[in-house]
Design a protein around this ligand. Structure first.
Ligand SMILES: *Cc1c(COP(=O)(O)O)cnc(C)c1O
Length: 473
């Protein structure tokens, strides 16, 4: 018999507590063994194992927890491992596991209202704005990631260009607009223009100069050409850390040009924004980021917060609010009580109901402290430089382009990069991803990993060399 009110809550709180503690220990074991736990392939029948049937019977907590431990938890992405360098995947801080638990226990909704979780998100935004060097009056909101942050930023840019009426009138009368970004910039910019109704053709790619940064003369020429063709330039996106090759646009130069041309200056700093915390010469790569109208960045990449959390910062906080604020009668603020509170985050983005992502970010900053975060980011840049040195010293590997910060791409003199990447993923030795540069496939490492040591870099490169040497010539 179920006790009234305990259909969902555990009927035996003591048994639940014991099972929960065991599960917590298993999570902590996983965190403690991160160095020994690379990606492993999921079982072929995983889909059947986890399938939910229409009349799923209740399993009970103890059995459920055992299933999560045994049949779900081992098959993670593997980015908690020190030799995971694929794509751009953050490693995740152990305190984030605890913060996620606290956030779930509180189960706060950060759309708005007056409660403690709101103060924590505001603290994270204020801290980030200070790191960016944005002035008082700037605003921000946490998002799932940079993709969503980009939609928010470019929507604010559109409000600035066309005025508040665009919210009522839509885009039908606006004509063609243009957003500029460097060749190799992230596809989330196109996606943003698609969902905003302008289409991906609204994004014009500007070639890279010799150092990988956007060619500023080509940008100026493209703007003039578009104006002559009655295509209205709206914004320039400066990429701080391109996803493919890790190159940085010259943000200062873009800021100057946007000032002269009256364009919105957005920075895609998904991972590279956090070079603001690095030592020189890497800090220098983001000089000018304080002049941005908007910045998108992720906490789940280089700050190492468990997935997911990104943010948008907007210089003109009032414009940001006007772009998204909608308060029907049932959401109208009250002066005091839970319905009060000055800032409601729903006024700054697309979501009404929002989780307490801010807690794991706040915890990551509080626990490690800025000096440790800074040192980690600087170390990762040094490690990418070391990797490049090892590649240059290698008989069988060839650096594809100079390393600017934390991304290192290199060719193999024989064999296929994708085959080597797969072999090392399957052996659990290292995770590289692949890309194509100058028409040639290469291995790519993006190091945003606080567990990586110099030894890990040496081991990973040695493993690649061994695989290449094993290829028959
Ligand atoms: C990862 C990344 C994005 C997308 O961010 P998400 O958080 O995955 O949405 C955008 N731009 C760059 C440069 C990235 O590295």
């Amino acid at each position: 018999m179920t006790k009234p009110g305990y259909r969902i809550d555990p009927a035996d709180p003591e048994a639940f507590r014991r099972a929960f503690h065991e599960l917590a220990d298993a999570c902590l074991d996983r965190v403690a063994q991160a160095r020994e736990l690379p990606w492993i392939a999921k079982p072929a029948d995983m889909a059947e194992t986890v399938a939910l049937v229409s009349d799923e019977p209740g399993l009970g907590e103890a059995e459920l927890f055992a299933m999560m431990r045994g049949e779900v938890m081992p098959y993670a992405t593997g980015n908690t491992h020190p030799r995971f360098f694929g794509w751009v995947h953050g490693t995740g801080q152990p305190v984030g596991v605890a913060a996620e638990m606290v956030a779930a226990a509180m189960n706060s909704n950060l759309g708005g209202r007056d409660h403690g979780a709101m103060a924590v998100e505001q603290a994270v935004i204020d801290w980030s704005q200070r790191q960016a060097g944005l002035p008082e009056g700037a605003s921000g909101v946490l998002t799932t990631g940079t993709s969503q942050a980009t939609i928010l930023a470019l929507s604010a840019a559109r409000m600035k260009l066309f005025g508040d009426a665009v919210r009522k009138d839509g885009i039908a009368g606006l004509g063609r607009i243009r957003v500029y970004s460097v060749t190799g910039a992230h596809a989330c910019i196109e996606k943003a223009m698609e969902v905003m109704g302008h289409g991906s053709r609204a994004v014009r790619h500007i070639p890279q100069g010799p150092d990988g940064a956007m060619d500023m003369e080509a940008l100026e020429a493209a703007i003039a050409e578009d104006r002559a063709a009655r295509i209205l330039p709206m914004a320039v996106v400066g990429t701080a850390g391109s996803v493919n090759t890790g190159t940085f646009d010259r943000l200062d130069a873009i800021a100057g040009l946007c000032g002269r041309e009256g364009l919105w200056f957005h920075v895609d700093g998904a991972f590279g924004f956090w070079a603001v915390l690095a030592e020189d010469p890497w800090r220098e790569l983001v000089r000018g980021v304080d002049r941005a109208d908007s910045i998108a960045a992720d906490f789940h990449k280089w700050i190492g917060v468990p997935y997911d959390c990104g943010m948008v910062l907007i210089r003109d906080g009032d414009l940001h609010r006007r772009t998204f604020s909608t308060r029907p009668a049932y959401l109208e603020g009250q002066g005091a009580g839970l319905g009060g509170g000055e800032t409601w985050f729903t006024d700054y983005g697309l979501e009404l109901s929002r989780g307490f992502r801010a807690l794991k970010v706040w915890a990551a900053i509080k626990a490690a402290g800025v000096p440790a975060l800074s040192a980690t980011i600087t170390d990762n840049c040094r490690q990418a430089t070391l990797m490049a040195e090892l590649i240059e010293a290698s008989e069988v590997l060839e650096l594809a382009q100079p390393v600017q910060a934390n991304v290192c791409c290199f060719y193999l003199t024989r064999g296929e990069a994708s085959a080597v990447a797969t072999a090392l993923q399957l052996s659990g030795e290292a995770v590289f991803s692949t890309t194509t540069l100058n028409g040639r496939e290469c291995l790519r490492a993006a190091i945003v990993n606080h567990r990586t040591t110099e030894e890990d870099i040496r081991l990973a490169v040695a493993a690649v060399e061994r695989e290449v040497l094993a290829v028959e010539v």
